[in-house]
Design a protein around this ligand. Sequence first.
Ligand code: ADP
Ligand code: MG
Length: 264
Amino acid sequence: MTDRALGLEVSGVAVDLDRTPIVRDVSCAVAQGGWLALIGPNGAGKSTLLRAVAGLLPHRGDVRIDGSPVGHLRARERARLIGYVAQNPLLPPDMTVQEYVLLGRTPHLGYLAGPGERDREAVRRTLTALDLGDYADRRLAQLSGGERQRAALARALAQEPRLLLLDEPTSALDLGHQQHVLDLVDDLRRTQDLTVVTTLHDLTTAAQYADRLVLLHQGRVESAGAPAEVVTQDAIARVYAARVSVTTDPDGRPVVTPLRGARN
Ligand code: ADP
Ligand code: MG
């Protein structure tokens, strides 16, 4: 890790759901302005870990943002620091896109104060950045899956958090919008020192955007490090029970190609 302050430090985090251990003694960290991707097969505990870090699940262990433990923060302070988008966010169907994204500003409003010009400007900027400018007055029920996913992301970005937690943020997006959204997040972390943690099930994409990967398996950290250290043919074959070939792109990042089984 570099000399930069840590944007997120997770130490010995463990989560039980219905008395079953789901996340077990996970420790990982990422620098301020860094991008950490959680990878691992279905059921590895990625979403559960992300929810624990977001403060949405009781857990053991310690979570620090920009060096400060979040356990002691009041809900409102935590909401200012952490933006979280669930894997399948539930959106209020009758709300317009604009109203919904404006909710992201709630933790910044004074008590009893309504949104001001700065809040509305943050919403406009975010809608434009996410290619939703024409949908501002559309009700959420009347959006496609990909548009809904971008609206959920817009709410988290309008919040202007220090830590952005995104659970499979591109699962409903076409290729162009996937790249657009990931490039936008990448730009924000570079220009605003926003720390980013995503789960991404596409390993090649995870390796292209994240500077650190954590491979989770059965709730534990199987390996962690730079993409080329974590995404190896052996590790992917073992943990995912998958046939893959791992090659390297011109930037030295791993590219994972699935291989079909023997033909009869
Ligand atoms: P991932 O996001 O890596 O696919 P999750 O964190 O969603 O995995 O889930 C991890 C495991 O926890 C899964 O095996 C899932 O079935 C299990 N799980 C999720 N919710 C509960 C629950 N309420 N009680 C028991 N097990 C659960
Ligand atoms: Mg998940």
